[in-house]
Write a protein that binds this ligand. Sequence first.
Ligand code: UD1
Length: 414
Amino acid sequence: MPVLRIKGGTPLRGEIYASGAKNAVLPMTAASVLISGKITLTNCPRITDAETSAEIIKALGGCAEFDKNTLTIDCSGLNLTRIPQRLCEKMRSSITFCGPLLARFGCIGFYEPGGCVLGKRPIDLHIMGFKAMGAEVVEERGKITLKGSLKGAEINLPFPSVGATQSLMAAACLAKGTTVITNPSKEPETLALTDFLNACGGKISFYENRVEIEGVEQLHSAKARVIPDRIEAATYLCAAAATRGKITIRGITLSELGIIGDVLKETSCILTEKENGIFLKAPQQLNSVNEITTAPYPGFPTDLQPQICALLSLAHGKSIVKETVFEARNRHIGELIKTGAEIAEENRSFIISGVDCLKSAGLNAYDLRGGAALVIAALAAKGTSEIHNPHHIFRGYEGLIQKITSLGGNIEIL
Ligand code: UD1
């Protein structure tokens, strides 16, 4: 089994590019099954989750080929509507294929999706939406079948689920009539999906807290560029801050980065926009921050909670980080403690007392972002750390080793 070996203690310095966003490319790929024409996605990150999405398309009888960072998809010949169990279990985003497949073929079979283990991750909101649009749902022993020709409906999401909004919005593009989703996800990746579907001939209007989708007969070919990955960029900014470094990330702006920029400034980092990029300079002494609570966009992203916990472990004073989106996104905490971090857990709050330095340790990545937090801690720690199960991290970070190496970090895969 591969292991990441990191010799910490070197400040990260230099310049890297932000990759395309994992959470944007996955729903765009899934929505491509709605379209019987060629889709070209540029700036596509070469990460295992994007490759799994391409594999799902091929398993259904479509074409999906990468050429460097361009993914070309053609679902004209797609003829199967059952997603293989092995692929459903490989990542949570397999669920995002259901809406589009159901809308185009009137039938879809799939299995309970996999993905990061973050506690209960039900799909009730997806199912509720499909039912409202007229689908019949049969569930037997982990296998779910949806059937019916979809018609427009009014769907009120009790929580602005990212996946449910995206799946229902894509499905509604081919439903008969108009669908209105209230309390939708407003994540930039959801807006990017909206733009993509509209470029394919969809009729989606996004309002303050409501999205209206007018069904059309069919969607057509298009070319789209995947937006930059705000979570990836923020992860490297946290790593630079934790190692007292100085880096520039090109291809992303502060407004695309979102609220994490304000949090980094609160820790006393200098953060500015510079020639199509973001520049960060870490202070000698990082400061703790007031309470951070994860929440749907524009709140603090749950996908950065582990990384900010790693950074705040080195910030002078006491910080509190509250996880509200997932019930059990905490497996990185025990690992961070192994590196000398002082973190107490109370319900879903992490109370972090900053220490002056972290120490190397043998660590285990349990999930994607939790694994990224361990990379940050190991880069900052004195000595050589090993991170087991790095495959979780490669699900979402393109060229991780090359990027960190180019910034002067000492990282290798064994
Ligand atoms: C997406 C992101 C993931 C991120 C998450 C929250 C992608 C590919 N993944 O995941 O990186 O961490 O948004 O920002 O974009 N829920 C239900 N019932 C449902 C659906 C969701 O109760 O039917 C709950 C979940 O258990 C969770 C919360 O809603 O507690 C958020 O889930 P959701 O927004 O759907 O996240 P994902 O789309 O799975």
